[in-house]
Ligand binder design. Structure first.
Ligand code: ZN
Length: 124
């Protein structure tokens, strides 16, 4: 089932790409032609996040976390959006295909931590 978040429609429960270790992701673009990556939606099994979102909004519990990229198109990413998402950190887009971003990804809710390199999740 798709959900719309930040003006983009994507899967509610898992990303388009499988990085292994229970991690999936979808690269989000600023344009319909998919030439300007702007953020990454990341999905992992996060009991803490799931529980909190279900408490806040029963319709929102499967929503992924959004990691804005350090690109010009994402400079104003946080404006007009949920304050808890911005301005906050941004990730450097090292390589689009296969996807590599930097630095590491840390879930502050459950402690899930690792790197996305060459499209694969590397736990650390
Ligand atoms: Zn988590």
């Amino acid at each position: 089932m798709g959900v719309e978040l930040y003006g983009m429609d994507f899967d509610a429960t898992r990303g388009e790409r499988d990085g292994g270790h229970g991690f999936t992701y979808t690269l989000l673009y600023a344009d319909e032609a998919r030439t300007k990556p702007i953020a990454m939606a990341e999905y992992h099994r996060c009991e803490v996040r799931t529980g909190r979102r279900q408490a806040d909004d029963p319709e929102d519990f499967d929503a992924p976390a959004i990691l804005p990229l350090n690109v010009p198109e994402a400079a104003d990413w946080h404006k007009g959006r949920d304050p808890k998402f911005g301005p906050g950190p941004k990730w450097d887009l090292v390589q689009v295909e296969p996807l590599t971003i930097s630095p590491s990804i840390l879930c502050r809710d459950c402690g899930w931590h690792g790197f996305l390199r060459d499209g694969r999740w590397e736990p650390c």
